[in-house]
Write a protein that binds this ligand. Structure first.
Ligand SMILES: Nc1ncnc2c1ncn2[C@@H]1O[C@H](COP(=O)(O)OP(=O)(O)OP(=O)(O)O)[C@@H](O)[C@H]1O
Length: 339
């Protein structure tokens, strides 16, 4: 649903399990924008004095979740600031939905939510108040803004804590409140700058699941930055890798993680089942090894698949997974810092 600044666009509520509230017939997860680049740059360059932070960057990205990965100082935040029209490029252009972010920053920002890396709330103000305030700033009427603030805080799991001062929140709760802030005006794209920063492994998992849900269930496109390639692999559709401000890779995760040619098998059976499967396959002259929680079979030919199914059936186990094994992104960037 495309709305405009100042109207109530209840997209997040619609896509949630509560069911439609605003009459939008979009199925959950349907991208709101399917016909053009969601964000793009053309020869985008940013210099600070003699230092080049973003270097002749030309990239275009469609709907879905895109990870922008690079080690500290790679230019990720600078790119985000230019996409928001907050930082003038030295040369080149940055567009969101075809809107030049420098020429029409307000129009661009009405479509975009931003979760900054730094804290953006006063510690003594409740998340409900702060986010309602951000909603008002983006042009929502007071009642609508209050309702949207409650909605987005519920979606990020802060329903019960929403009237507590943000200063009393854990790091994970603060990050989720910042994410809610980015969503309050129902944007079509959110730019999330290092949302997992400072979180413990459980907090990271929670945040990544939320980000994935925003992109894949609510149909809001996401640009998410991280210096950890591995953590973005599981939630992104597309990855852009920056190194020293330059583009090194822009590709879909699917294209990057090609089949290895092997077969990955997971069975539901007793603890010794994977070892027995390996033995059984080797007895048939097939290459097979244990890998974490699974068995890797040397080739994914129909004969190998049939042998696996036979053995699993003979032992009376369940077959949980029988897939072509794919490369992991981290394997492809061995030697780089983005892991
Ligand atoms: N206003 C500025 N003045 C001078 N140098 C800057 C400015 N903003 C960014 N830089 C420099 O530009 C480079 C890229 O910074 P940027 O914040 O975009 O990197 P990043 O990939 O987001 O890294 P991080 O994850 O550490 O934030 C860094 O070397 C940084 O010091």
């Amino acid at each position: 649903m495309q709305g405009h600044k100042g109207t109530c666009r209840a997209g997040l509520g619609e896509a949630a399990t509560d069911g439609p509230v605003g009459g939008d017939s979009r199925a959950p997860g349907t991208p709101r924008v399917a016909h053009m680049d969601v964000w793009a740059t053309q020869s985008l360059t940013k210099r600070f004095g003699s230092f080049t932070a973003v270097d002749d960057l030309t990239v275009s990205v469609g709907p879905g979740v895109t990870g922008v990965v690079g080690h500290n100082g790679a230019g990720k935040s600078t790119l985000i600031r230019m996409l928001l029209g907050l930082e003038p490029p030295t040369s080149g252009t940055a567009t969101v939905f075809g809107i030049d972010a420098m020429e029409n920053p307000l129009e661009a920002r009405s479509r975009v939510g931003f979760m900054p890396e730094y804290d953006c709330f006063a510690p003594d103000v409740s998340a409900a108040q702060a986010i309602m305030h951000y909603g008002r700033l983006s042009g929502l009427p007071k009642d609508v803004s209050r309702e949207r603030a409650a909605d987005v805080l519920r979606h990020v799991g802060l329903d019960e804590a929403r009237h507590r001062p943000v200063g009393s929140y854990s790091t994970g709760m603060k990050q989720r409140a910042k994410l809610a802030q980015a969503l309050v005006h129902d944007p079509d794209l959110v730019l999330l700058d290092e949302p997992t920063n400072g979180l413990d492994p459980a907090g990271r998992d929670e945040m990544l699941s939320l980000v994935s849900r925003i992109g894949h269930e609510f149909g809001i496109s996401v640009l998410v930055t991280s210096h950890l390639l591995g953590e973005l692999e599981r939630i992104c559709d597309h990855v852009v890798v920056l190194d020293g401000g330059r583009l090194t890779t822009s590709a879909s995760i699917h294209d990057l993680t090609q089949d290895t040619g092997a077969l990955e098998v997971e069975v539901d059976g007793p603890p010794e089942a994977p070892d027995q499967l390996v033995e059984g396959l080797r007895a048939l002259g097939l290459e097979a090894v244990r890998s974490t929680g699974a068995v890797l079979v040397g080739d994914s030919s129909p004969a190998s698949r049939a042998a696996v199914v036979d053995l699993v059936t003979t032992h009376g186990w369940g077959l949980v997974r029988l897939d072509a094994a794919r490369h992991q992104l981290t394997e492809l960037f061995v030697g780089e810092e983005v892991r």
